[in-house]
Design a binder for this molecule. Structure first.
Ligand code: 13P
Length: 268
């Protein structure tokens, strides 16, 4: 198959000349603004010399505190969702433009928790992605299979399809505003991590899918992260894979020393 790599192609560090390594914390629904400030202040000195991009993905209400706490540092701020219309009668939503106006640079989109609990679909993830890049944000688009989908043997097709639909209407020039996060649903918050080989195989499928649409050179420039129980102990092996360009970190991003260890692993 197009995306199957032979075993001797695997243990090669990602090519940082082609794309940048990105470690992003997804704090999910955790931390008040004061707690966010405290956690960022703890993280800041630990990652000051990072050789990769460092992002904290915080709840909407923490954004002003996070922007203030990260000012002048090498840490960027991400939201965890956005709506594609600029403004209007959309109770409870926050637009990409509002986030951009505040100084937010990134937005996590299509996380499996949003797909599972809040009705996000491939189609709405596509709309949110287009809205985010139109507003000038970089979208961190999440894709990934459930355990039953993996057991059915449809992981590669499913993830390729999620990627294609999410990026519908995204031009080659706009690809610089896209990061893809491969997050197997069965590995999120479960302590069950995909093996480095599994993570790399699916990240390579995503890259092959991007190459199909945009060409190999453009696909080689896109950062593809792995997420799902990545922690201080397993990050180095996962990040050593040639197609794993970073991590989207849940639980471990709430502990400054653990998050810093992952950043350190990505900086090698
Ligand atoms: P955990 O790292 O807690 O498994 O969460 C991963 C995740 O969902 C990041 O978006």
């Amino acid at each position: 198959m197009l995306w199957t790599l032979s075993s001797n192609e695997r243990l090669v560090y990602m090519n940082k000349n082609l794309r940048s390594a990105v470690i992003a914390g997804n704090w999910k629904m955790n931390k008040t603004p004061d707690e966010a400030t405290a956690l960022i202040n703890e993280i800041k000195p630990l990652v000051a010399d990072a050789g990769c991009k460092v992002i904290v993905g915080v709840p909407f209400i923490d954004i002003p505190a996070a922007l203030e706490a990260t000012k002048g540092s090498n840490i960027a701020v991400s939201a965890q969702n956005c709506y594609w219309k600029e403004s209007g009668a959309f109770t409870g939503e926050v637009s990409a433009k509002m986030l951009k106006t505040m100084g937010v640079e990134y937005c996590i989109l299509g996380h499996s928790e949003r797909r599972t609990y809040f009705g996000d679909t491939d189609a709405t993830v596509n709309q949110r992605t287009l809205g985010a890049i139109e507003a000038g944000l970089t979208a961190i688009v999440c894709v990934g299979e459930t355990l039953s989908q993996r057991e059915q043997g449809i992981t590669n097709e499913l993830v390729a399809m999620q990627t294609k639909i999410a990026l519908g209407g995204v031009s080659a020039e706009q690809l610089s505003q896209i990061i893809i996060a491969y997050e197997p649903v069965w590995a999120i918050g479960t302590g069950k991590t995909a093996t480095a080989e599994q993570a790399n195989e699916v990240c390579a499928v995503i890259r092959a899918t991007l190459a199909e649409i945009y060409g190999r050179e453009a696909a080689d420039g896109v950062t593809i992260q792995y997420g799902g129980s990545m922690n201080a102990g397993n990050a180095e092996e996962l990040l050593a894979q040639p197609d794993v360009d970073g991590g989207l970190i849940g639980g471990a991003s709430l502990k400054a020393p653990d998050f810093a260890k992952i950043v350190e692993a990505a900086s090698k």
